[in-house]
Ligand binder design. Sequence first.
Ligand code: SF4
Ligand code: SF4
Length: 174
Amino acid sequence: MAKKYTLSAYKKESRNKRKKLGPFIRNIHRRKIINLSRLVIATDAQVWQEIDCTQCAICCKHMTPTFTQTDIRRIAKHLSISVAEFKATYLQKDHEEKDWINLHIPCPFLDKNNLCGIYDVRPIDCRSFPHLRHRHWLLQRNVFDANMSYCPATLRMVELIHQQVTNEPKGKKV
Ligand code: SF4
Ligand code: SF4
């Protein structure tokens, strides 16, 4: 059975690994890695064999996605409410007044089984999070570093890449 995660337990258990892997991922652009994109694709596949997001949902409980205007129109239509009502009920602008983000955290669309209640129409940000196969993977290194504090899948990705690049023996996932 897949491991269940809570943020506090995860943060505690992963502290030492994050300490070791942080400098590695922040500086990964300085290394010469042959076939990085192939390594990323293979590692991403392995991560999702090991980690079940329905046993975690830390991102939905402790972070917020950003909502594009297209997301907002699509979700409002799905909920049969107007765009204005959707924004007023569920969203706020972020600090820089740039992006629409959730008004409340945990996300109001997360159900008690850790499933997304608007899965088919969820924001594009949710679809691609945690961006482990990002097109500009190296440019995401600081995002991966930050996300390791929340996301077991990101930590596992960085850990597996670290093992491959440094030839360290494979460890267990946190
Ligand atoms: S994407 Fe990361 S934080 Fe979100 S549910 Fe999956 S493992 Fe957890
Ligand atoms: S919309 Fe769905 S996937 Fe996105 S944060 Fe909310 S519950 Fe999670």
